[in-house]
Ligand binder design. Structure first.
Ligand SMILES: [Zn+2]
Length: 333
């Protein structure tokens, strides 16, 4: 059996496989989306090349994930894929900001996702939780609406965190500090995409202004010993996504990912897929690629997976249960 894994950074819409995209596009009468998203033979997504193209691709895919039933189907397919990789626990980001912008009802969709999580637990023994996020470039007012919906859904529907994604260069984080504070007051964990296309100061702002306990990507922190030291001192967890960063062109290739800088600085971190179908990756292949291309040892990988569980927003009893399984089943290789 493969090493048990923990996934903390995966976007539901980014997990839509080409096969699923065809089904959803057919339902919506949006075959145009297929041509825009998929390669000529339809077997995979077109390479993004740059970050702006990636945002357009994500937008095109999310346009055909419409109804609660669509979301349920996507979640079940993701659950099957995660379970096949021996993922024990996953927090999945759901783009509440996008749903609201498109006039959809996040609560109806969240109820369908909660049902999917229940089914995934029975079918696969996989624990799925949800992390609604807001879109930074659409501003604080839209983000308040996303947060209100996330709070309404709450732990009863498996919502454990609130995040901020989108274009980190569009608006300063100061306009979102109150959102994160309010989310924590409501008992939600907080995460922020930062240092993906932005510089080290964007990661510093996520820590100092956002007060988040996890940073998505955090890539640029590696360019600043001070920001790495800040993350380490405050135990802010870095959700590293080398495959995604290579696919969106923010690093030249996987081998250019500064994983070692995070490990050397003592920053808690782990590997994640971000948008596995869009980037043609998986969590197990991220760990395998890091071993092959970045020299990640089996012991380091096991430490990262434990760190991911520690940084998760899982209920304490579940953390203990999964922690015991990680220790028992760690890959001896
Ligand atoms: Zn992401």
């Amino acid at each position: 059996m493969a090493r048990p894994l923990i996934e903390l950074h995966v976007h539901l819409e980014g997990s839509v496989s080409p096969e699923m995209l065809r089904v959803l596009a057919e339902r919506q009468g949006r075959q145009d989306v297929l041509g825009a998203c998929l390669t000529e033979d339809g077997s995979s997504y077109r390479p993004c090349g740059d970050f702006a193209s990636f945002l357009l691709l994500f937008k095109a895919v999310s346009a055909v994930v419409v109804t609660p039933a669509d979301h349920h189907a996507v979640a079940m397919a993701l659950a099957a894929s995660l379970a096949a990789q021996n993922v024990q626990y996953a927090e999945v980001t759901v783009a509440y900001g996008v749903l609201l912008k498109r006039g959809r009802d996040p609560l109806a969709i969240q109820r369908a996702l909660a049902e999917a999580a229940d089914e995934a637990r029975v079918l696969h023994g996989l624990h799925l939780y949800w992390q609604p996020d807001a879109v930074r470039q659409w501003g604080p007012d839209d983000a308040w609406r996303a947060l209100e919906a996330a709070v309404s859904a709450g732990p009863g529907l498996g919502v454990v965190a609130f995040g901020l994604g989108g274009d980190e260069l569009a608006l300063p984080l100061t306009g979102f500090a109150d959102h994160f504070r309010e989310a924590r007051r409501e008992g939600l964990g907080t995460t922020c995409h930062a240092g993906e296309t932005g510089g080290p100061e964007s990661v510093r702002d996520a820590v100092l202004i956002g007060g988040v306990s996890r940073v998505g990507h955090a890539l640029a922190a590696a360019r600043s010993p001070d920001v790495l030291a800040l993350m380490a001192a405050r135990s802010v967890h870095a959700e590293l996504c080398p495959g995604s960063n290579a696919a969106t062109g923010v690093i030249a290739d996987r081998a250019a990912h500064p994983l070692r800088a995070f490990l050397d600085a003592g920053v808690p971190c782990s590997l994640h897929t971000d948008d596995p179908s869009l980037f043609g990756t998986s969590l197990s292949s991220e760990y395998n690629a890091a071993a092959a291309e970045l020299g990640l040892t089996a012991t380091e990988a096991d430490c990262m997976i434990h760190a991911a569980l520690d940084a998760s927003f899982a209920p304490d009893s579940l953390k203990k249960e999964i922690g015991a399984r990680l220790t028992a089943d760690a890959d001896p290789s």
